[in-house]
Design a protein around this ligand. Structure first.
Ligand SMILES: *[C@@H]1O[C@H](CO)[C@@H](O)[C@H](O)[C@H]1NC(C)=O
Ligand SMILES: *[C@@H]1O[C@H](CO)[C@@H](O)[C@H](O)[C@H]1NC(C)=O
Ligand SMILES: *[C@@H]1O[C@H](CO)[C@@H](O)[C@H](O)[C@H]1NC(C)=O
Ligand SMILES: *[C@@H]1O[C@H](CO)[C@@H](O)[C@H](O)[C@H]1NC(C)=O
Ligand SMILES: *[C@@H]1O[C@H](CO)[C@@H](O)[C@H](O)[C@H]1NC(C)=O
Ligand SMILES: *[C@@H]1O[C@H](CO)[C@@H](O)[C@H](O)[C@H]1NC(C)=O
Length: 390
């Protein structure tokens, strides 16, 4: 669609006023309604509100001049990132109403935010709708249509994500990478519509993190509820996870030597999930998993499809390799389980451990009491003592 030349000229002029770093990565200014000049030049005075189908690009252009950014019922076109990267220190972003992200076969992300002392929150009843059903083909991230990741928070320090509701993520929901001192509070990921065709709809993927606290998360999805690949000082508490692959450390390894240390999952329910407590380290790689605690975790697999429920607690060191042939380049020490209760599906293994020779040590388990399912005769290199049994 063509737009009046005058508008184009104004938008370009404003981009120049706002500085060159807004040009890179900003969608073509042609589709930008000229942001109000008073917003652009006010010294971070005002709350700026962006709305409707053109608001996404004005928000990207004007973000540096607003101390509070209100995104009101935005319709973000397919193939575009709602780009709130490099916000000024202390900026608050508020989603209002339903933000929809249009369809396009691309990698995403649909939304991206970075900065220091940033707060991103959802107003009451607000929803970020990724329209996953337009993408879901049962192949997730490993085939079929290319699907975008949803909510990227990279390079975010001393910040808060609060009350945000994501619905129908095409694939991964929150990607948290290079985050330091991040609080994620009362966030919902509802991909329950993807129960049959959704895949790889991880709720939280965490990498290169130091100091992340996630409390009150509610998740319905088809992959890990939380997956911690690298980082330290991470806490996940008072959560609810349903339909997915549970609370996971890993996968660990790969190109880098990964380290995950001091992670606690507490006071959470994992429902109708393939497994609930999981450490997965990649076959043939090196890394360190240290001081991991799961405390007061309830496994609610009543009514789960027996074929879907695989494990209650699982530690595998053959991930991506040959099952039953664990490797020992990643050490797993200080693995603490306290009060892990509930039930697994009738065909599931309650506890399964396959460690590489000498890789797992100094574990401490108490109150692990899981019903349903069966035991495995195939556990390997289970660390001696510490109340651990397989
Ligand atoms: C979070 O959402 C709930 C329910 O929509 C609302 O009652 C509460 O005030 C919100 N909190 C904040 C900090 O916006
Ligand atoms: C965020 O904090 C990390 C760790 O303290 C630091 O390396 C990084 O430079 C900070 N990022 C910004 C944008 O200040
Ligand atoms: C996290 O915040 C605390 C103080 O609130 C600070 O001492 C610490 O350096 C911060 N950590 C990182 C990695 O930024
Ligand atoms: C472990 O991480 C928690 C945050 O989850 C932090 O409060 C605690 O101080 C850390 N422990 C150590 C030994 O660093
Ligand atoms: C893992 O470490 C061993 C011993 O240091 C080394 O021989 C091997 O090449 C490493 N493997 C990878 C994938 O980095
Ligand atoms: C064990 O965990 C459950 C939640 O999974 C909690 O309700 C119960 O109070 C915990 N028991 C103890 C002794 O902490």
């Amino acid at each position: 669609m063509r737009h009046p030349a005058t508008r184009t000229t104004m938008a370009i002029a404003l981009v120049l006023v706002l500085g060159a770093n807004n040009v890179l990565g900003t969608p073509a200014p042609i589709v930008t309604p000229a942001p109000r000049l008073e917003d652009a030049v006010a010294p971070r005075a005002s709350a700026c509100t962006f709305s409707g189908s053109l608001g996404y690009s004005s928000a990207s252009v004007s973000k540096a001049s607003c101390s509070t950014i209100v995104l009101s019922s935005l319709q973000v076109p397919g193939g575009q990132t709602l780009n709130l990267e490099r916000l000024n220190d202390g900026t608050t972003v508020i989603f209002e109403g339903t933000t929809t992200f249009g369809y396009a076969a691309w990698e995403g992300s649909l939304f991206s935010v970075s900065g220091n002392r940033i707060t991103v929150k959802g107003a009451q009843n607000s929803v970020l709708d990724g329209q996953g059903a337009l993408y879901w083909d049962g192949k997730g991230g490993s085939g079929g249509v290319t699907k975008p990741k949803f909510f990227k928070a990279n390079h975010l320090n001393d910040s808060v994500l609060e009350n945000i509701t994501i619905r129908n993520a095409p694939k991964n929901s929150f990607s948290l990478n290079y985050v330091y001192n991040l609080t994620v509070k009362d966030v919902t990921v509802d991909d329950s519509d993807g129960a049959s065709l959704g895949k790889n709809t991880d709720a939280f993927n965490i990498n290169n993190a130091d100091g992340v606290t996630i409390t009150g998360a509610k998740v319905w999805n088809q992959d890990d509820c939380a997956a911690i690949n690298s980082g330290q000082n991470i806490y996940f508490g008072s959560g609810f996870c349903s339909g997915g692959h549970g609370l996971s450390i890993g996968s660990i390894g790969g190109r880098d030597v990964n380290v995950v240390s001091n992670v606690t999952f507490a006071d959470s329910t994992v429902q109708k999930s393939q497994q609930s407590v999981r450490i997965k380290t990649t076959s043939g790689t090196n890394g360190t998993v240290r001081d991991i605690t799961y405390r007061n975790i309830f496994l609610d697999n009543v009514g789960v499809d027996a074929k879907y429920s695989d494990y209650g607690v699982v530690v595998t060191q053959s991930y991506g390799g040959v099952k039953g042939m664990p490797t020992n380049g990643v050490t797993v020490t200080g693995f603490v389980l306290q009060n892990i209760t509930g039930t697994v599906g009738s065909d599931a293994i309650r506890v399964y451990i396959e460690c590489g020779v000498g890789a797992c040590s100094q574990w401490s388990w108490s109150g692990v009491s899981i019903t349903g399912g069966k035991t495995s005769p195939k556990c390997q290199n289970v660390p001696f003592g510490g109340g651990v049994s397989c």
